[in-house]
Design a protein around this ligand. Structure first.
Ligand SMILES: Cc1cc2nc3c(=O)[nH]c(=O)nc-3n(C[C@H](O)[C@H](O)[C@H](O)COP(=O)(O)OP(=O)(O)OC[C@H]3O[C@@H](n4cnc5c(N)ncnc54)[C@H](O)[C@@H]3O)c2cc1C
Length: 459
């Protein structure tokens, strides 16, 4: 990047919010995925107007911009694939309005998920998506990736809560979408277009989010099965039993094995486990729901059902689920975590198919995830310094994506496409759909300055 452009950037954001120092740029070369590429400069804007001026400058001089929240993305969305400028939104982190009467909050994109949770808790409200990275990820990143979480089967994903946005478009224009109301049937839904657009269509600078009253009661149980099909059938039957559990997680045989052997947990030798939580506003409500769940687990031959009767017991059950990532990571130096998603009736086929693929390629793995919404996380462990393991990993991942699409599924339930899944987009989206996505990108960003190289939208 030429010196006069760097000078112009410093004039926009101030020299304290600009860097081209190699040491400071290195952390911006990667996110939580397998991908890396270094930017030439980084800026920390603090006002929408600055974002707009930077985009105008980028359009005039044709340099790429990668928006970034906390860099916890698992698909390489915040990796600056074409170099250029890294725009870190972390300093735009004010909670602007808490409007309990209107059931909404207005925030800047750099607000960390957990900080919003803490501010809402005294009001008895919450923002439900709850990604596992909630202590660090930003709300801007959540909106840009349409993040989801463990409570998705009941509460949906980020998209279901975004009422409106302020977005700076690639030509520097500032657009405000949505209506400030809980519902609106007025015009094209531009808000939804930006949610999940992964920083390719505009930079999100303000977000209006719907919030919910927070349930105060929960019940937790863990069912074990000697047969994966029984566990899969339980998932289907729980979801059609007339109640919606707040959590419905499935652990496959490998996951249980790794937790038992590597994590030294007291777990039975079974083919699958299901962790279920029900929530509500009264004890009677949560118990009624949990009774239905237990009925289904028993009907489908659960070999053991552990109940979290006390808070301590419930935490012990949750610990099993929450330990998977860290325990599995001990098996090899690196791992990738996919988030393939299928219709509920195909979960068992997906688990069996993925197991076959990964056994064939001889890589250690665990399969677990949010069975209640069909979203599974095959996590594959490997050593990046061994080219043979890397090649086997890539082949296995491609086969997993093919299988998922054959089962009527989607490449990503919550992590987004970014760089990691861009080569596989055409497995899921036919040429007509891909053409329209590329046409939309071209309409918003004719010079391709915003997050180029992502989502197979063209370089
Ligand atoms: C341990 C761990 C657990 C995780 N668990 C979950 C989970 O349960 N559910 C889930 O959905 N994800 C999960 N993730 C992935 C990740 O946390 C989410 O994708 C999250 O939404 C990313 O937020 P971020 O602030 O880190 O965004 P980044 O990684 O910085 O960016 C993600 C994408 O958003 C774009 N972006 C960021 N801010 C803006 C903005 N203001 N305007 C426009 N574009 C922007 C970036 O360009 C990039 O494409 C997990 C990650 C880790 C490491």
């Amino acid at each position: 990047m030429e010196d006069h452009i760097k000078q112009a950037l410093m004039e926009i954001v101030g020299s304290e919010n600009f860097t081209d120092d190699l040491i400071e740029l290195i952390p911006y070369s990667y996110d939580a995925s397998d991908h890396d590429h270094r930017p030439e400069v980084a800026v920390w804007p603090i006002r929408t107007e600055q974002v707009s001026q930077i985009l105008l400058l980028a359009n005039a001089h044709r340099f790429p911009i990668t928006p970034r929240g906390a860099g916890t993305g698992l698909s390489g969305g915040a990796v600056p694939a074409c170099g250029g400028l890294m725009m870190d939104l972390c300093k735009m982190n004010r909670i602007l309005e808490i409007r309990i009467a209107d059931r909404q909050v207005i925030v800047e994109p750099g607000v960390v998920y957990a900080d919003l949770e803490n501010v809402l808790a005294p009001h008895g409200f919450f923002f439900p998506p709850d990604p596992s990275s909630s202590s660090v990820c930003t709300l801007g990143g959540n909106v840009a990736t349409n993040a989801g979480g463990i409570r998705g089967a009941k509460y949906g994903t980020t998209r279901d809560y975004v009422l409106g946005l302020e977005v700076v478009l690639p030509n520097g224009q500032v657009i405000r979408t949505g209506s400030g109301c809980i519902k609106s049937a007025s015009g094209f839904d531009l808000t939804r277009l930006f949610v999940g657009s992964e920083g390719t269509l505009g930079v999100i600078t303000e977000i209006a989010l719907k919030i919910n009253p927070k349930p105060i009661e929960t019940k937790t149980s863990l069912g074990s099965f000697s047969n994966l099909s029984d566990a899969g059938q339980s998932v289907i039957e729980i979801m059609q039993s007339g109640i919606l559990p707040s959590v419905l997680e499935l652990l496959d045989e490998n996951t249980i094995h790794v937790l038992r052997e590597q994590g030294r947990m007291d777990l039975p030798y079974v083919a699958a486990m299901i962790l279920v939580e029900t929530d509500g506003y009264t004890e009677a409500e949560t118990s009624f729901q949990m009774d239905k769940v237990i009925e289904v687990l028993k009907k489908n031959h659960a070999t053991e059902i552990r109940m979290g009767e006390s808070k301590k017991e419930a935490e012990a059950l949750w610990k099993i689920r929450k330990s998977i990532g860290s325990v599995a990571a001990q098996l090899r130096t690196h791992n990738v975590s996919e988030d393939v998603t299928v219709p509920l009736s195909k979960i068992v086929d997906l688990i069996k198919g993925i197991s076959n693929i990964l056994h064939h390629y001889g890589l250690p793995f665990v399969i677990f995830g949010h069975a209640g919404d069909g979203n599974l996380h095959p996590r594959i462990m490997y050593d990046r310094s061994d080219p043979d393991q890397v090649e086997r990993l890539h082949k296995a991942v491609e086969e997993i994506f093919k299988l998922t699409c054959q089962l009527g599924g989607t490449l990503s339930g919550e992590h987004g496409i970014g760089l990691a899944k861009a080569p596989y987009m055409s497995l899921e989206h036919d040429p007509v759909r891909m053409d329209w996505m590329r046409a939309i990108k071209k309409l918003f960003d004719p010079h391709n300055i915003l997050n180029p190289g992502k989502m197979a939208l063209g370089n």
